[in-house]
Write a protein that binds this ligand. Sequence first.
Ligand SMILES: *Cc1c(COP(=O)(O)O)cnc(C)c1O
Length: 460
Amino acid sequence: MKNKLRTLTEPFRIKMVEPLKITTEEFRVSTLKNAGYNPFLLRSSDVFIDLLTDSGTGAMSDKQWAGIMIGDESYAGARSWEHLEAVVKELTGMKYILPTHQGRAAERILYGILGGPDKIFISNTHFDTTRANIEFTGATAIDIIYDEAKDPEVDLPFKGNIDLGKLKSLITKHGKENIAAVIITVTNNSSGGQPVSMQNVKELRKICDEHQLLLVIDGCRIAENAYFIKHREEAYKDKSYEDIAKEMLRLGDAFIMSAKKDGMVNIGGLLTMKDEALSLKCKNQLIISEGFTTYGGLAGRDMEALAIGLTEVFDADYLHYRIRSTAYLGENLRAKGIPVVWPIGGHAVYIDAKKLYSHIPVEEFPGQVLACDLYVKGGIRCCEVGSVMFGKYDENNKLIAAENELVRLAIPRRVYTQSHIDYVLDVFDDILELKEQTKGFHITYEPPFLRHFTARFEKN
Ligand SMILES: *Cc1c(COP(=O)(O)O)cnc(C)c1O
């Protein structure tokens, strides 16, 4: 067995099951038609494998469920808060810890205080809720990854890195006093879940020190990022995942986390920082909108489960399984000839639908077509990340297409087994077989904002 690739096995066994409905293709054809060919409008009970998002969709462990039972629901100074605070202080090295109900609540509080008209935020890539919370204050959000990392096929180890050269020019151009913060998102969700190197964050820290800029780490996938550092950055090959995450978090001035990702819970968020004066302003906002400082928007049981989840996520066997199972799907799709964004990131596989359905023009939404075909052929739900999500119209009502027409298969944590993933791979054989016959869509209804959630389509 030495040189043979072993089957990737799940480092857990199943103690509780959630039955899934197996449906017929005929059922799925009519269900999808009723949902206006928009997978967001499907009922989850009509979906077999749900790869819509990895956010809040993970499975908790027996220890986390046990933690739920001993959660302390006291309004102030609860035991579960003390547990969570201790774990997060140890992880981040930061003194001020605020619990929130989701990542975006932490963003609204921090960026609401730092932002405002004429302010500038700079990031590798702002996640959409990050950008929305910044722009809502009247500030501007600028994304800067390296140009070569924008090529979906180029094989680079850290395509999530922030472009330090562009950062320096932006500081010169706008003046450091107008830059509210630099935000490093690890892994870089909106650019394919690609990792950020420790080297990059260390150099970023130096630049922020030179210009007295606030460095925020948006680290909801900090453990997944640590996996890539250990395996791709020579200096870290003997360090533990937890120590790598601790080292990176100590380079930041503040940390924001959607606990629905590497927190391994279904709801929750965190906002932490080093500066006392800033923390007092944030606590005021927290009390107004989320809750008292020792629970934020969370129940005591939520905080207990999160404290345990933040420890479990660094387990070496878990992280290996997590990253390798995402890569297993991506590598096998690529081997079948499905064009995927390369290399495979931490939490999702992205398929280039424009390339796969080269006969469907972007005006007919090839990504939406693929997402729908996957539901019809296999009951798989996933999400278009292309012109349905980001497309705009010019004054002649002509589509200004998104940069890419992608489909995202996001992998929930500890939910599906390798046989589920093998099933997904099998469904792609049908997709390849039928791809010449598949047809484009036109939109029959669209709301003025965030149309991908509620738009309806018809077949051409
Ligand atoms: C999910 C996410 C957020 C927002 O968190 P929510 O818990 O969904 O509010 C912010 N930043 C990144 C990078 C994310 O992936």
